[in-house]
Design a protein around this ligand. Structure first.
Ligand SMILES: *[C@@H]1O[C@H](CO)[C@@H](O)[C@H](O)[C@H]1NC(C)=O
Ligand SMILES: *[C@@H]1O[C@H](CO)[C@@H](O)[C@H](O)[C@H]1NC(C)=O
Ligand SMILES: *[C@@H]1O[C@H](CO)[C@@H](O)[C@H](O)[C@H]1NC(C)=O
Ligand SMILES: *[C@@H]1O[C@H](CO)[C@@H](O)[C@H](O)[C@H]1NC(C)=O
Ligand SMILES: *[C@@H]1O[C@H](CO)[C@@H](O)[C@H](O)[C@H]1NC(C)=O
Length: 452
């Protein structure tokens, strides 16, 4: 009898050992557990049972670490949530599930950077297979979940309640809060807004659910990849995304991208499944608005792209470009806009300098809210001359016999077949720039001598 029991004891250890090592990944995270940010990302995450999602530190370039949740089974390790998007932490920083409950993030010097403040007594934490990291009470009721405070992304099974929002990051590689926002307001309206970056104030709504003013209660992103707005009574008011994708075959996420477009992406879980026709990368399944370049048009703000630039639609990406004679202020962040590559026309000698300036034509291009003068029934040649002799005129638009003078900074720029007409961008061509620079230097010297 004793022999049998001893045997079964050994047998059990053998049986349990491999299971136990696997089980490590999906045991509950007990109070007092912690993770530390390290350069090789090793031992610095907690996995979900399926190992599809991880919670922990991710290194962002050489700038520091985000406390984040990401898709762990794909090479891109795409981040879907972060705690400290506006303040990266350095190596040695630590997140701890403290004995008295909240999750606390401290930097390497011990300074508290972020924490959760759940009501109720936390018993354990868990990284769930949905991508939600939760703190649960003794009765397994969730007291806090990352799903309740999204950053720029939502995942299937996640809902947004009134007052909840997704804020785009600044650029694809900089996770700080940026210039666009998707929000279900407390008044029940669902909208996409531009923000008065870097403040949190909203500027201009460029998409909304017109048919359900004031009656939205929840945005639901369901298991089959549909996203819709429901009323308090549960009825569907509006569809946001209605292209279905199997959660069995695809990873899915919806994100307000740094370019302001709200996109639903899918990624095949395996290359040999029914998802096989899709490449092993994130592909856009649906997006809103259909043409962001035309939808953003505000009296203030730069529009869909930065000041002095213009927006056009690529395959599914929004493109921001500089007109001829202009270059990006910061090629890493095109939303900062474009600067003139030439010395502006002198207002004292505007007509004398006319020969130093000429126009570059841009078909179907306009900066609709940048005009300061408008002339009816004129010829194109007249339109060119009137802009050329005016030091304020940075560009002219000529369309169907009408002529508009435009001032800098040009805003709400777009190039689209629906625009019609042409923009005439006034620049100093390269071969004349030396002449202009010499002229400016002489002017500066003469001013200097006058002062002496
Ligand atoms: C996690 O802890 C809760 C509460 O103590 C318990 O009910 C649950 O079974 C645990 N889950 C796992 C996977 O250990
Ligand atoms: C992200 O952009 C902000 C604002 O421009 C800047 O302060 C911050 O340093 C950038 N972060 C990284 C990691 O480049
Ligand atoms: C998701 O929503 C769509 C549209 O309402 C519905 O057809 C589908 O059955 C839903 N999927 C799940 C898993 O509830
Ligand atoms: C649910 O609420 C919406 C909006 O408030 C309303 O239009 C609809 O009639 C209601 N449906 C039911 C079944 O009560
Ligand atoms: C895909 O291939 C792997 C390895 O060849 C196999 O284990 C798996 O069952 C396949 N999956 C499907 C959905 O066919």
């Amino acid at each position: 009898m004793a022999l049998v029991s001893q045997f079964s004891h050994y047998y059990m250890i053998f049986l349990l050992l491999p299971v136990f090592t696997v089980a490590q990944t999906y045991r509950n995270i007990t109070l007092g557990s912690s993770l530390t940010a390290s350069n090789d990302n090793s031992g610095s995450s907690w996995l979900s049972p399926s190992a599809e999602f991880a919670f922990g530190f991710r290194q962002i370039g050489d700038q520091g670490f985000l406390l984040a949740i990401w898709f762990d089974k794909i090479p891109e390790k795409t981040i879907v949530w972060s705690a400290n998007r506006n303040e990266l932490v350095q190596r040695g920083s630590k997140v701890e599930l403290t004995a008295d409950g909240p999750l606390v993030l401290r930097d390497a010097t011990g300074r508290q950077i972020w924490n959760t403040a759940p009501g109720g007594e936390v018993a354990y934490g868990a990284m769930l297979d949905t991508g939600n990291f939760v703190l649960a009470g003794r009765d397994s009721v969730n007291l806090w979940g990352s799903f309740d405070m999204p950053t720029d992304t939502i995942l299937p099974t996640q809902t947004m309640n009134q007052g909840s929002r997704l804020v785009a990051r600044i650029t694809d590689s900089n996770y700080s809060s940026g210039r666009f926002m998707f929000t279900l307001q407390t008044d029940g309206n669902l909208l996409l807004y531009t923000r008065k970056y870097p403040t949190e104030e909203v500027n201009y709504a460029y998409w909304s659910t017109q048919r359900s003013i004031n009656s939205g209660f929840q945005v639901i992103f369901n298991q089959t990849g549909y996203m819709y707005l429901t009323a308090r009574n549960g009825s569907i008011l509006n569809e946001v995304f209605s292209n279905k994708a199997s959660t069995q075959d695809f990873y899915q996420r919806a994100i307000v991208d740094s370019d302001g477009v709200f996109r639903q992406y899918i990624y095949p879980k395996s290359s040999n499944s029914s998802a096989g026709k899709w490449s092993m990368a994130w592909s856009t399944l649906s997006f809103i608005p259909s043409n962001i370049c035309l939808r953003i048009e505000g009296d203030t703000g730069s529009g869909a792209c930065g000041f002095n630039s213009y927006c056009s639609l690529g395959d599914d990406r929004k493109m921001c470009q500089c007109p001829p004679g202009y270059t990006f202020i910061d090629p890493e962040d095109v939303m900062k806009g474009c600067k003139q590559n030439f010395v502006p026309q002198s207002c004292d000698k505007a007509s004398e300098e006319m020969n130093l300036f000429e126009f570059r034509e841009m078909i179907n291009t306009d900066w609709p809210l940048s005009d300061y003068e408008y002339y009816k029934a004129q010829s194109e040649d007249w339109c060119r001359q009137v802009c050329l002799s005016d030091c304020f005129c940075a560009a002219a638009i000529f369309r169907n016999g009408d002529c508009w003078k435009k001032k800098v900074p040009l805003s709400n720029g777009r190039r689209d077949p629906g625009v019609g007409g042409k923009a005439l961008v006034k620049i100093t061509p390269l071969d004349l720039q030396v002449q202009v620079q010499t002229r400016t230097r002489i002017q500066h010297w003469s001013t200097f001598y006058q002062h002496c």
